[in-house]
Design a binder for this molecule. Structure first.
Ligand code: MN
Length: 380
């Protein structure tokens, strides 16, 4: 039995990861971490018997430690950093939501764990710093973002022949609609994604296409290619999860039913493949696979992300500004189209700074959040 920590265990990827772990019967869950969903966390503790558990608030940690006397509890950011490097665990699956995930990623890398990564914000904000640290610590990052799992499977060790990466995007719930139709879009419409079952933040990112922009940055760092060699195609069926084109013109794609359990299982069982299937794909049932170029408006956002990928502080700021804008939209403080306005204005106002440590990243994130919050207030 391999020993694994699942961080962010009550979120969408976290619960699906536990489903995969339960079915594979090859892992012992030694640690869990969660934000606020204390009821679900309790039932996960009962089922998986972890030795260590981390939860955001101190009160929740104290409340749970009364109930589970044999479990060691941590809380807050410090707790997350500690639980990500406990000696008892070999593999850390990081499905924490948003920028907070970087604390777990950096700790896990420093402790030399295998990092199974769903938290793309770690790579976007941590960027060059995080990838250099991983290289230095000889830490392998195994992505479970579906596109990146696809690219990883398609490259299959032949990165030196790579010509370009083609990231596919479902297009989100508003594909094909012009800006004038997006003015009065509501939170409820945004979080209803057509093909994937996901959390609120990523559903908004998917609707604004920022998710694809962040994934360009993620792919550039994970696979060591310039963002200018990463193209995007809209593929509404979400069957082809991405493609790679080699220098000889051959394109390899990866397909499956759109279900996060495929990339999660691939990362957990790599380099082997196991029998458990999450639903076999019947292409005759799908009938059509279609692909479209992104609109000019979408390309504007994607190009901003490509440009930001070159500088660590810019991609960190981009992530922070986006998180603030998405949060403000989810709290019904700003409109849907304000999200992208704030992103463009925020990056325009941000002054790049030098990043050489985690504390530099935290400071850069703080500055960008303050800037974005001021822009939110102006629009309220
Ligand atoms: Mn994705």
């Amino acid at each position: 039995m391999k020993k694994i920590s699942i961080l962010g265990s009550t979120g969408s990827v976290g619960t699906q990861s536990l489903d995969v772990v339960r079915n594979l019967k090859k892992f012992e869950v030694v640690a869990l971490s969660a934000g606020k969903n204390i009821n679900l966390l309790e039932s996960q503790i009962r089922e998986f018997n972890p030795k260590f558990v981390c939860i955001s608030s101190k009160n929740d940690a104290e409340f749970l430690s009364e109930k589970f006397r044999n479990v060691i509890f941590f809380h807050g950011i410090e707790g997350l950093q500690k639980i990500a490097k406990i000696d008892e665990s070999e593999i850390v699956l990081n499905a924490v939501a948003g920028f907070t995930g970087i604390y777990a990623s950096v700790s896990a890398i420093e402790a030399g764990k295998s990092l199974v990564l769903a938290n793309k914000e770690s790579i976007v904000a941590g960027a060059h710093f995080l990838m250099n640290l991983a290289k230095e610590k000889k830490c392998r990052i195994l992505p479970i973002d579906s596109e990146h799992s696809a690219i990883w499977q398609c490259i299959d060790g032949k990165e030196k022949f790579l010509r370009r990466i083609i990231l596919t995007a479902s297009g989100g719930p508003f594909f094909g609609l012009g800006r004038e139709n997006l003015k009065n879009v509501t939170k409820e419409q945004v979080i209803k994604h057509p093909t994937w079952k996901m959390g609120a933040k990523i559903s908004v990112d998917s609707a604004t296409m920022m998710n694809k922009g962040l994934e360009i940055i993620e792919a550039a760092h994970l696979f060591g290619v310039p963002a200018s060699s990463i193209d995007v195609l809209i593929h509404p069926q979400s069957i082809v999860h991405s493609m790679v084109e080699f220098i000889d013109g051959n394109i390899i794609s990866q397909m499956s039913v759109p279900d996060m359990k495929f990339p999660i299982q691939y990362a957990l069982t790599y380099p082997e493949r196991f029998n458990y299937s999450n639903g076999f794909l019947d292409l005759s049932h799908v009938c059509n696979l279609s692909f479209y170029n992104p609109s000019n408006e979408t390309n504007r956002i994607l190009n901003l992300c490509r440009e930001s990928s070159k500088d660590n502080s810019l991609s960190c700021a981009l992530n922070a500004i986006n998180e603030v804008a998405v949060g403000a939209f989810l709290n019904k403080k700003i409109s849907f189209l304000d999200i992208e306005n704030i992103i463009f204005q925020g990056i325009d106002k941000f002054n790049p700074l030098k990043i050489s440590s985690l504390s530099d990243i935290i400071e850069c994130d703080r500055i960008a959040r303050e800037l974005a919050n001021n822009l939110v207030i102006l629009r309220m």
